[in-house]
Write a protein that binds this ligand. Structure first.
Ligand code: GLA
Length: 468
């Protein structure tokens, strides 16, 4: 396992003044806005373990599902999301990152191209007239962290997109932009990079140069992807700024980031194609993502893509609040990142209620850092997932993937408790109803609905009568 240590010069600690030692240089702190690499070298470096950047799944916002590349994606929109995080309690509930997606830089197909004469990406002057650092500074001033989007190829994914790290027209041997882009991100105060996988001229990309036996790679495409992502991760590390790295290979069937992303130092990795705002898309993603539980470990997360909660309509489809609660429940029990994808300026109270369900969030953010698993094969569209929690409780999701109401039943032993004869206290994390059980865990679940229960073994000797 790769342990990426980022060395911060001692002088940067001194500059922080009264900040607690553990927060030195942390993304979002005043000192973090100054790249440590620019400081003169000091005698005693301090190690920041990049494995610790996301001890629980990242929570935050990303504009993509809300705006795509429409003109409304701009400085004022991004700042508003930071304000709303604070005013609505989202920040206090754990939402931390405000992330910008594609189209923040000058379009590649515009008259000036994406880069200046020195090769730096130029922020889109209409969307971001004050540059990116101004936005990052604002987000930091609200006590939040700031994320940005990039691409491993010649151009990002959208038609209005900009140069990736290979640069326009890349052929083998050309100048590449990993270092220059990474240093610009660090200088701007970026805390998280989503690195996408579009327009990659694989025939021009050098083969893998790191050992391939462990884990085994399944093909040259996968190897080359790993190499490209590793190069960007290394460039980010070289800046000295702790930056979360997301591998976003958008479901390319030839690329299996779960096999290598943690080892190259990424904190989380997409497992599927893009999520759409409807039940079919969400449920298909969930079903695939839950097969990958073996690849997750604390601090390194399978990413089932950004939330569509609050986006009730896409194309001709709509979905219900019950279905959106299922979406939030499944992402939480699977320990997937929770990145809000709706325009919070227009969010309904019902949307906010889902996003602010602190009991469900606590399941996602549990410090044990385990992805929930299916406890038995799926039958009749009934999915039973269990997630062990740090205090010994076990969270259970009873997901009804059918169009009729179903009674879904499991047991304390099936979800992982050791003995059958104890007494269990259960809390329904959506209805908040409390109940007591001697071992059966069951609920009547509406069509496409999910009941999430937090189950606690009642302290005391086995066999005590239930508490009324
Ligand atoms: C890909 C990604 C999306 C989004 C767009 C931007 O499709 O999977 O999440 O970043 O690119 O163009």
């Amino acid at each position: 396992m790769r342990r990426a240590f980022i060395l911060l010069a001692l002088t940067s600690i001194v500059a922080v003044g009264s900040a607690p030692a553990g927060a030195v240089g942390a993304p979002g702190s005043p000192a973090a806005a100054q790249p440590a690499a620019a400081e003169p070298a000091a005698a005693e470096p301090v190690a920041v373990d990049a494995d610790d950047l996301t001890p629980t799944p990242p929570m935050g916002f990303n504009n993509w599902n809300a705006t795509f590349c429409r003109a409304e994606f701009n400085e004022s929109m991004v700042k508003s999301m930071a304000d709303i995080f604070v005013s609505t309690g989202l920040r206090d509930a754990g939402y931390e990152y405000v992330n910008m997606d594609d189209c923040w830089a000058r379009p590649q197909n515009g008259p000036l191209g994406s880069r200046d004469a020195q090769g730096h990406l130029v922020p889109d002057p209409v969307r971001f007239p004050n540059g990116i650092k101004a936005v990052a500074d604002y987000v930091h001033s609200r006590g939040l962290k700031f994320g940005i989007y990039h691409d491993a190829g010649t151009k990002t994914c959208n038609g209005q997109g900009f140069d990736g790290v290979l640069g326009q027209g890349y052929v083998a041997g050309n100048r590449r932009y990993e270092q220059i882009d990474a240093q610009d991100f660090a200088n701007w105060g970026v805390d998280l990079v989503k690195h996408d996988w579009c327009n990659v001229p694989l025939s021009q990309v050098p083969p893998c140069t790191i050992p391939t036996q462990n884990p085994p790679c399944s093909g040259p495409r996968n190897l080359k992807a790993r190499e490209l992502y590793r190069t960007m991760r290394d460039a980010l590390d070289a800046t000295g700024r702790p930056i979360v790295f997301q591998v976003a290979t958008l479901g390319d069937p030839g690329v299996q980031p779960w096999e290598w992303a943690a080892d190259i130092g990424a904190q989380y990795w997409r497992t599927t194609g893009d999520i759409r705002a409807n039940y079919t898309s969400m449920s298909n993603i969930a079903k695939f993502n839950m097969t990958l539980a073996d690849y997750q470990r604390p601090g390194r997360w399978n990413d089932a893509d950004m939330l569509q909660v609050g986006n009730a309509r896409e194309g001709s489809g709509t979905w219900t609040l019950t279905e959106q609660e299922t979406h939030f429940s499944l992402w939480s029990i699977m320990a997937s990142p929770l990145l809000i994808g709706t325009d919070l300026r227009r969010a309904t109270p019902e949307t906010m209620d889902i996003l602010l369900n602190k009991d469900v969030i606590a399941v996602n953010q549990d410090p044990l850092g385990v992805q929930g698993r299916l406890v038995r094969p799926v039958t009749n569209g009934q999915y039973v997932l269990a997630k062990p929690l740090e205090n010994g409780d076990i969270a259970v999701a009873l997901w009804n993937d059918t169009l009729s109401e179903q009674r879904i039943s499991t047991s304390a032993v099936e979800i992982g408790f050791p003995a059958a004869r104890d007494v269990y206290l259960m809390k329904d994390l959506w209805s908040k109803k409390l109940s007591v059980s001697r071992g059966e865990i069951a609920a009547t679940v509406p069509p496409h609905g999910t009941v999430v229960l937090r189950v606690k073994l009642r302290p005391g000797p086995p066999g005590r009568p239930p508490v009324e």
